[in-house]
Design a binder for this molecule. Structure first.
Ligand SMILES: *[C@@H]1O[C@H](CO)[C@@H](O)[C@H](O)[C@H]1NC(C)=O
Ligand SMILES: *[C@@H]1O[C@H](CO)[C@@H](O)[C@H](O)[C@H]1NC(C)=O
Ligand SMILES: *[C@@H]1O[C@H](CO)[C@@H](O)[C@H](O)[C@H]1NC(C)=O
Ligand SMILES: *[C@@H]1O[C@H](CO)[C@@H](O)[C@H](O)[C@H]1NC(C)=O
Ligand SMILES: *[C@@H]1O[C@H](CO)[C@@H](O)[C@H](O)[C@H]1NC(C)=O
Ligand SMILES: *[C@@H]1O[C@H](CO)[C@@H](O)[C@H](O)[C@H]1NC(C)=O
Length: 935
């Protein structure tokens, strides 16, 4: 991924280098004048041998060096010789195919292998370019330092690893050195000082963190005109006694370590800069007057710092600027009208600041503007008329502000060049006629949450080049027109969710020869009124969200031989019927499947267990039956699994304990019977209203570890929240702050044994419900640990012994139920317990006495230290097994239909896990709000 982006920036840089900017045209490398592929020049035999040896060390899978045969080495691919002497002056093996240009991220056309020292026999070599290849895991060879005549050395993007050999410092004739985008580092940049002829030095992404005095060494190079230290982590000295590199025209200091986050004063002396990049440095000082002297400055990047309004104000005098990026700073207040002085600006980015007020009409004077980015601010008012006169605009981006007004055809009449339009999230309405033919052909349309409807925008029909269309929540109440189905084929990202679209969903035909950029398409039509059935599966769509519509019929099957790239399939909250088709198992890239809240029936296909990339599976609230297939235990990547609200029977398969990554499991509201397996305590889950029986596992306190570990997985966005509606009150849990379980309910199961002490370690518990089980033993003394407990329900068990005194320490307790147990002895008095005066919370315990019960304690025998005095039962405390053994499963459930239960995620409407397949391997996770409801 990084490489991918960087390729773009490196080619920009190269463009810069070899462009017409006067200073760079000085780079005339000896070879470019003298070296050509003179086939008739005879090649020096020793050098030919050296080249052959060099070739021998290389791995050349794409056979780029197939011409390297025969005697005439001067005519070999990439070789340039002196036109008289025939000595090799130039070796240009740069790979012209960008890295990772193909879908498999393969290093296409790359050379690899080893660099053989025979190269040093090319004694006249002036130009060596090995860039954009893959010499991964190899160090930059030290022998390159022996190529004394080198003028140009480019090893960028070539996969080199390790320390840069200081021997390169011997190349005293070198004028250009490019080591960017490898995995290189150096502890000491001292060797650079030896490059006394150097004009261009490109070290971006070389790790210079350890090279504390690196800048002092670079300062020894008086001829430098270009210095690129982007993302080097270099310490930037506040003091340089004397700046030698005053000829600099290009300086990139983005992503380094500035002492005290302050721009050093010596920058003032670099008055010849054309292009100055300081992004991603957290700089905050305004650097007074810094740009006043830089009268040649045309390109300025100050993005991702902490500059404030005074910086923007001072820049309004830098009238030579054509490119200004001040995005991601702290610029507050309104945009100064003086911005109109920057008459040569073609690119202006003030996005992601804190700008307020209205957009000054003076921006309309910047007649050369092609790109205007003002999104993510707090700009209000209407868009000034003058802006619509910017005829060269290609990218007009004012999304996510507070702009208002109605935009009509007239506004856009002069914007024939426009390619990207972002109006999202403003109080804007688009009011154009159905016959409008816009003057532009847009590539990106961002009109989410503005008013585009109520009719489906007919003008879209004229837009043939769209690849991003976002009109979610755009007040469109209309049928999807048939012509849109055609247009839609080219769209890579389509979001029409949260409108009132009607009709059948789109037909998902695949284009025969789809360019790779269309390979991964995202389509969301969720929360509309689409009906009808889904005829076929999209084979070329990676994210398909049709949730919350009125779709019916069966879920379609893949046809034989078809494969699909879909990884997120959300069909939940529709009216799909029938069984879950086995064909779904062929969607082998699936990472998220949600079929919940439909009318699906039958068994869950075993083959779902083959979907090895699945991270979220939700089948909740259907009519699914049979056993939960044990094959689901194969889905080791699963983070959330929802099977609640079905008719599953039998046991929870033991294989599920292999689901080590599971953070949400909901199997409630089924007919499951099982011993609660011990591993379940490691998970968050809803076990309510199943016929689970067995001992409460002692590992319940591990839940806290698990929840706090959520961040360790890095999968859940910290802004997600869990909404919990409990007794009409809405609790919001912020996952980021969730350290411990706050609610635990296991009521109405067939639990036996004692209440484990470990539950008393869940000190954040506010809600604990263990009612309607066969729990025995005493209420743990440590119940007093649960200082935050508000609701405690232990009713309908077989608990015995005295109520611990520590219960009266629970100051938050406002709902208690201990009824129908075998408790005995005096009810503790004092503190919070005094406020709980309803006798029914203790009823059905024949041995209890004292307030609020009517019987006073002197009527009763005192309980012994070790147990109850329940002579009428005739059993000791260790012998309760007879009691529950004879009771059939379901007894408790049938008898008492109390509250549903919940532990964490009763209906987590959870998380979409979304892969963004760009060229990188990173997983991006986009999650919706996590919700749960108490019933
Ligand atoms: C350079 O050429 C000489 C003479 O042909 C040869 O002996 C020597 O091995 C070569 N050096 C390398 C490093 O290949
Ligand atoms: C850079 O190198 C230092 C050690 O010199 C190391 O601690 C640091 O993690 C490296 N930075 C990166 C981004 O690799
Ligand atoms: C560059 O400046 C340093 C002081 O920072 C000075 O010692 C050195 O002589 C200068 N080098 C050249 C080549 O001018
Ligand atoms: C910057 O330039 C001024 C005036 O030319 C000079 O006096 C000063 O020493 C220079 N500062 C540095 C750090 O080179
Ligand atoms: C950084 O700032 C602190 C306080 O403002 C100052 O004492 C210190 O000398 C500064 N460090 C450098 C390297 O300028
Ligand atoms: C704007 O650009 C033109 C043409 O490149 C140039 O002649 C002019 O000096 C520039 N204006 C300013 C204020 O730099």
């Amino acid at each position: 991924m990084e490489h991918h982006l960087l390729c773009a920036s490196s080619s920009l840089l190269l463009l810069f280098l070899f462009s017409s900017i006067p200073v760079t045209s000085q780079f005339t490398f000896g070879s470019s004048k003298q070296a050509h592929n003179y086939a008739n020049v005879s090649c020096i035999e020793n050098e030919r041998q050296a080249l052959l040896l060099f070739k021998h060390g290389l791995i050349d899978e794409s056979n780029r060096l197939s011409s390297w045969i025969g005697e005439a080495c001067c005519s070999w691919e990439g070789v340039g010789c002196h036109k008289i002497t025939g000595s090799v002056l130039k070796l240009d093996l740069r790979n012209m195919v960008p890295l990772y240009s193909d879908e498999d991220y393969h290093c296409t056309n790359c050379l690899g292998g080893q660099l053989t020292p025979s190269l040093v026999n090319l004694t006249d070599l002036q130009y060596l370019d090995l860039s954009v290849n893959n010499f991964s895991t190899f160090q930059v060879p030290a022998f390159l330092g022996l190529l004394k005549n080198l003028r140009y050395l480019n090893l960028s993007n070539a996969g080199f690893d390790g320390e840069i050999p200081y021997h390169l410092g011997n190349l005293s004739h070198l004028r250009y050195l490019d080591l960017r985008w490898n995995w290189l580092r150096t502890k000491d940049l001292g060797w650079v000082a030896g490059l006394s002829s150097l004009e261009g030095l490109v070290l971006s992404n070389v790790n210079l963190t350890a090279a504390r005095d690196g800048l002092q060494s670079i300062n020894m190079l008086p001829s430098l005109t270009m210095l690129d230290l982007d993302s080097c982590g270099l310490f930037i000295h506040p003091h340089l006694s004397h700046v030698n590199f005053t000829s600099l025209a290009f300086l990139d200091l983005s992503g380094n370590n500035f002492s005290n986050y302050t721009a050093p004063p010596w920058l003032h002396n670099l008055t010849g800069l054309h292009d100055f990049r300081l992004g991603h440095n957290n700089l905050s000082d305004p650097i007074h007057g810094l740009f006043d002297q830089m009268t040649s400055l045309v390109h300025l990047d100050l993005s991702s710092n902490r500059f404030d309004a005074s910086m923007l104000k001072s820049l309004c005098n830098a009238s030579s600027l054509t490119y200004l990026d001040l995005s991601f700073n702290n610029v507050q207040g309104s945009i100064p009208s003086e911005i109109g002085q920057l008459i040569n600006l073609t690119y202006l980015d003030l996005s992601s600041n804190d700008l307020q007020g209205s957009i000054p009409s003076e921006i309309g004077q910047l007649s050369k503007l092609t790109i205007l980015l003002l999104h993510f601010n707090k700009l209000n008012g209407t868009i000034p008329t003058d802006l619509w006169q910017l005829t060269k605009l290609q990218d007009f981006d004012v999304g996510d502000n507070s702009l208002a007004g109605v935009l009509s055809e007239d506004h856009f009449a002069k914007l024939g060049e426009l390619k990207s339009l972002d109006l999202t999230g403003n109080s804007l309405a688009l009011n154009v006629s159905s016959s409008w033919v816009p003057p532009f052909q847009l590539h990106e349309i961002w009109m989410g949450s503005i008013i585009v409807g109520p009719r489906f925008p007919a003008w879209l029909r004229t837009q043939k080049e769209v690849w991003v269309l976002d009109m979610r929540n755009a007040s469109i109440s209309d049928a999807i027109p048939s012509w849109f189905r055609v247009l839609c084929h080219n769209i890579t990202s389509l979001d029409l969710s949260s409108n009132s679209l009607t009709g059948n969903p789109l037909e998902f035909k695949q284009l025969k020869h789809r360019p790779s950029r269309y390979r991964y398409r995202d389509i969301s039509l969720s929360s509309n009124k689409l009906d009808g059935s889904l005829k076929s599966f999209p084979l070329d769509i990676s994210v398909l969200d049709l949730s919350h519509n009125f779709l019916t019929g069966h879920i379609p099957q893949l046809e034989v031989g078809q494969t699909s790239v879909v990884h997120t399939l959300l069909l939940n909250d529709n009216r799909f019927i029938g069984t879950i088709p086995e064909g779904l198992c062929k969607l082998e890239n699936l990472s998220e499947l949600d079929l919940s809240n439909n009318l699906l029936s039958g068994r869950v296909p075993l083959c779902l267990g083959n979907l090895q990339f699945l991270m979220g599976l939700n089948l909740a609230n259907n009519n699914l039956s049979g056993q939960i297939p044990s094959s689901l235990g194969n889905l080791w990547r699963l983070l959330s699994l929802h099977l609640n609200g079905n008719k599953f029977v039998g046991k929870l398969p033991a294989s599920m304990q292999h689901l080590r990554n599971l953070t949400a499991l909901d199997i409630g509201d089924n007919g499951l019977t099982d011993i609660i397996p011990a591993w379940i305590g490691e998970r968050e889950e809803n076990l309510a209203h199943n016929n689970l029986s067995g001992f409460i596992p002692h590992c319940f306190n591990n839940i806290s570890a698990m929840v706090s570990g959520l961040h360790g997985h890095g999968r859940v966005d910290s802004q997600e929240r869990l909404e919990d509606i409990k007794g009409g009150r809405e609790l919001e849990y912020y996952l980021s702050s969730l350290r411990f379980v706050e609610s635990l309910s296991l009521s109405a199961n067939n639990l036996v044994g004692e209440i484990p002490d470990e539950i008393m370690e869940l000190v954040q518990l506010q809600f604990l419900n263990l009612s309607q089980n066969y729990l025995t033993g005493k209420i743990p003394d440590k119940i007093g640990n649960l200082k935050r407990i508000e609701t405690l329900d232990l009713s309908m068990n077989a608990l015995f012994g005295a109520i611990p005194e520590s219960l009266s320490d629970l100051y938050s307790l406002n709902s208690l139920n201990l009824s129908h147990n075998k408790l005995s002895g005096p009810i503790p008095s004092g503190n919070q317990l005094q406020t709980l005066t309803d006798p029914s919370i203790y009823e059905g315990n024949s041995g209890l006495c004292g307030k609020p019960l009517p019987n006073s304690c002197w009527e009763h025998k005192l309980p012994t230290k070790n147990g109850p005095i329940d002579d009428d039962e005739g059993h000791s405390e260790s012998d309760w097994s007879w009691f529950y053994a004879g009771i059939g499963p379901g007894f408790a459930v049938g008898l008492l239909g109390v509250l549903g239960i919940l532990l964490f995620k009763k209906s987590w409407r959870y998380a979409y896990f979304k892969f963004v397949e760009s060229a990188c391997d990173k997983i991006w996770v986009k999650t919706t709000r996590l919700r749960r409801k108490f019933r």
